[in-house]
Design a protein around this ligand. Sequence first.
Ligand SMILES: NC(=O)c1ccc[n+]([C@@H]2O[C@H](COP(=O)([O-])OP(=O)(O)OC[C@H]3O[C@@H](n4cnc5c(N)ncnc54)[C@H](OP(=O)(O)O)[C@@H]3O)[C@@H](O)[C@H]2O)c1
Length: 100
Amino acid sequence: MKTVILIGANGKMGKAALTGLGKHKVITAGRSQDGCDFQVDITSEESLRKLFKEVGHFDAVVNTVGVCEYATFEEMTEAQWMTTVMSKMMGQINIVRIGQ
Ligand SMILES: NC(=O)c1ccc[n+]([C@@H]2O[C@H](COP(=O)([O-])OP(=O)(O)OC[C@H]3O[C@@H](n4cnc5c(N)ncnc54)[C@H](OP(=O)(O)O)[C@@H]3O)[C@@H](O)[C@H]2O)c1
């Protein structure tokens, strides 16, 4: 049995991931703590550091969070790009970089 942190546990993909983790000790985390063990914002380095510090030992992380804006290339504003990059890209990178 491994200790697995599941980020995005309240989402559609998070709930699906949970069904495959039955053999493990699962620690759930989400942006709103609603029903989750911990609150985390994957776009915030500080929030990720706090999560890993509070959880302590773990064996694996399953992340199902990745927000992106949908618009044509011409219509995407800088703010929309930043939302997308900070969640879909830097969120994933920082989970591994800080989590390790
Ligand atoms: N659904 C599909 O069929 C499908 C298929 C392929 C790929 N995907 C991808 O899978 C990812 C999740 O999709 P989904 O359908 O599960 O979305 P969803 O149902 O909207 O769930 C997203 C979850 O992510 C959480 N979240 C959002 N921003 C966050 C942040 N900054 N930090 C921490 N948690 C955050 C939300 O928490 P709150 O509820 O607290 O806001 C919510 O629980 C997306 O990247 C999507 O593109 C989905």
